[in-house]
Design a protein around this ligand. Sequence first.
Ligand code: DER
Length: 241
Amino acid sequence: LSQDELKKMVGYKSVDDYVKSGMVVGLGTGSTAYYAVERLGQLLKDGTLEDIVAIPTSIRTKEQAEELGIPLVTLDTHSKLDVAIDGADEVDPDLNLVKGGGGALFREKIVEVCADKFIVIVDESKLCDGLGPGFPLPVEIVPFCHEHTLRTVAALPSLAGCKPVLRMGSSTNNQNDGDEIAVTDNGNYIVDLHFEEPIKDAVKAGEELKNTVGVVEHGLFCGMTTAVIIAGADGISVKEA
Ligand code: DER
């Protein structure tokens, strides 16, 4: 099975297993979450699901959901969600995550912290023993004096040894494929922190990042995951927190 087929499997299963009629559903961002949104659109269209409202975590997810006719609301009218479904860039054994590879980490986190259940959908390539080396940690920062904030973040004790790279080109991936600074849906910049060794204490690192003036949000999603649906060569497995 290709990686894309694995992503489709977990995307569809997350909606089949966790979304019921009448729910308020958070819609994640990225190539795996794309399939969960597609499945929700299908089940609404064929009448399997009814009376659903959804909250997108990025402009591109909002556009995909609109095309599928999924009724959309925002946190302003719906501060409590029944379930949110999203992908991840890395999942450690405690189900802590690195997210933000697609540049949507702020809107993802503000939505997903409001969900009773947060279901993470990944192919097995995202599993790791420790967060950091497998995928650089995205941190959203304000544009004002961003070099100063980049240096300040890189010097944080819990992030010792990281190499900060200001994301260039498209904000939706960290390929740095352009000569313009990438800008998020919220008008901010992203610094991707590259690590040789795993982050020792992800919770502490997250706290230090949030306490740094100039940092809007970071891609460490700790203690938020309800369950991870993992598609691998030998089938689908579910790990619950
Ligand atoms: O940017 C994000 O947070 C995405 O959810 C990312 O973590 C996973 O994207 P993928 O499903 O395309 O790998």
